[in-house]
Write a protein that binds this ligand. Structure first.
Ligand SMILES: CC(=O)SCCNC(=O)CCNC(=O)[C@H](O)C(C)(C)COP(=O)(O)OP(=O)(O)OC[C@H]1O[C@@H](n2cnc3c(N)ncnc32)[C@H](O)[C@@H]1OP(=O)(O)O
Length: 447
């Protein structure tokens, strides 16, 4: 029997919440109560175990390295029923840190990285996320940061706020039974690979990541917690070191470390599988040499990795291309352009040309008509009058522009998808020539 749901007592149009933003940091060596409560709300929102005070202190020690700022939405009427979490616990959480993103040509552009977005189940779909996002993006725009970024739990949430998919990542499985054979054997024989304690990778991570990040188109900064996560030394799921994470380092010709892999092994899988946790290599030679090492693990017949680049040299380096199986591809980094001239002028271009674009933005930050003129690889981006004197060549939303920015998709494909309009015939060809790249953008950070 279907019964009618009782009418809710809350007025769906009211917004009985106050947003408060504060830093995550220790005060006099201790975690302030508001940070403790905020962290409990995040753990609840992501269905994690309730952290202990000691766990939270470890989180905060790491988060304060990133200068993380957090926002909580708090009930203003202070009217929680007896026994329920009180008004000191936020009903919604939101956080950010600021790092940079590699937009090509060696340029690292400042970016606002949004994370820890949760709304308590009993307060969902009342506009809390919309309120937190709108207020935050307005402040980021005012602070002169050209772009915001996130990695999404669901692909349905953030397009409405102007975010677009900017990079993808692949889940791969490589059959390594009998070892990996390389078409050009020397290509995987540069330098040496040697086993190390995983804790060594924790200490080397920042230096290696900085070097790889500087040369990887599409890479976005990693938060401090990464060096712990990828080396099994801690993280949000467990703060104590785990023992099953193994590591190998690559030493270049000069004897210094220029890459590493961390991995676990699961022999209970069929076939027995090594699972890559993280693999960073400063050079292509180090990358292939680390894969050769993974291929040399006796008794292991498969290596899997859920963060492989879309364009992976390994697939073309090994003999027997079918040993490399792509099991899935997912959206990874989402970008949101806030300042069109600043973002587009910072990007590297390989051909010259001019195109005028009308950008629509429901939040207003990126709206307008912009003339993009690229001469010798450098773009000058000019805002045009919107009095009818300039007709744009192309019309699109900011979410679409944000996906086109690093070349995750072509304008031709977005037009076919009904998401972009060609006003002047031939302008899609010009736009795609300007925005295409011989490299596929690749991000190495989840946040
Ligand atoms: C960057 C990150 O941290 S990703 C992690 C995101 N968090 C999670 O997935 C945790 C579980 N989910 C949640 O906590 C919440 O459901 C949230 C944060 C996704 C949404 O919070 P809410 O406060 O309910 O969203 P809000 O009411 O502001 O909705 C804003 C809009 O997004 C839409 N929306 C919200 N959640 C979803 C969803 N999961 N899928 C599709 N649309 C959604 C709403 O319909 C609304 O649309 P409209 O404004 O166009 O009418």
């Amino acid at each position: 029997m279907i019964t009618e749901r009782p009418a809710t007592h809350r007025n769906p149009r009211s917004f009985p919440y106050t947003l408060r933003t504060f830093p995550t940091r220790l005060v006099d060596g201790e975690v302030p109560d508001e940070v403790l409560n905020w962290t409990h709300a995040v753990a609840l929102g992501f269905y994690g175990p309730a952290p202990t005070d000691a766990d939270i202190k470890k989180f905060v020690l790491s988060e304060q390295v990133d200068g993380r700022m957090v926002t909580g939405a708090y009930l203003t009427d202070a009217g929680s029923p007896a026994g329920a979490w009180g008004p000191e616990y936020p009903v919604a959480t939101y956080a950010y840190h600021r790092k940079d993103v590699n937009v090509g040509g060696g340029t690292l552009l400042p970016v606002h990285q949004i994370t820890a977005v949760t709304v308590r189940p009993s307060h969902r779909r009342r506009g809390i996320l919309r309120a937190m996002m709108s207020s935050d993006l307005a402040q980021v725009k005012a602070a002169g940061i050209p772009m915001a970024a996130l990695t999404a739990s669901e692909a349905t949430i953030y397009g409405r706020f102007g975010f677009g998919v900017a990079t993808h990542k692949c889940k791969i499985e490589v059959a390594t039974n009998g070892g990996l054979e390389f078409i050009v054997p020397m290509s995987a024989d540069h330098g040496t690979v040697e086993v190390a304690d995983a804790a060594v990778v924790r200490d080397l991570h920042n230096e290696i990541f900085t070097r790889v990040h500087a040369t990887t188109f599409g890479s976005i900064g990693r938060q401090d917690m990464y060096r712990l996560l990828i080396s099994g030394q801690g993280g949000y799921e467990h703060t104590e070191p785990v023992r099953n994470v193994r590591a190998a380092l690559h030493y270049g010709q000069d004897g210094s470390v220029d890459g590493y892999v961390t991995y676990t092994v699961d022999e209970s899988l069929t076939p027995a599988t090594a699972i890559v946790k993280d693999l960073l290599a400063v050079t292509g030679e180090a990358y292939l040499a680390l894969w050769k090492f993974l291929g040399s693990l006796d008794l292991i017949e498969r290596v899997s990795w859920d963060s492989a680049p879309v364009q992976d040299p390994l697939e073309w380096a090994i003999a027997g291309k079918r040993r490399y199986q792509r099991k899935g591809m997912e959206d990874h980094l989402w970008l949101r352009i806030l300042d069109v001239p600043a973002a587009l002028a910072a990007k590297a271009y390989t051909v010259d040309g001019t195109v005028t674009v009308h950008v629509g933005d429901p939040l207003g930050h990126a709206s307008g008509i912009f003339r993009i003129e690229v001469v010798e690889g450098t773009a000058t981006v000019t805002r045009c009058p919107e009095d009818g004197s300039v007709e744009a060549d192309l019309a699109m939303g900011v979410s679409e522009l944000s996906s086109l920015y690093l070349g995750a998709v072509s304008a031709r494909t977005l037009e076919a998808a009904g998401r972009l309009r060609e006003v002047r015939q031939g302008s899609i060809v010009t736009f795609d020539a300007l925005f295409s790249s011989s490299l596929v953008a690749h991000s190495m950070a989840d946040f």
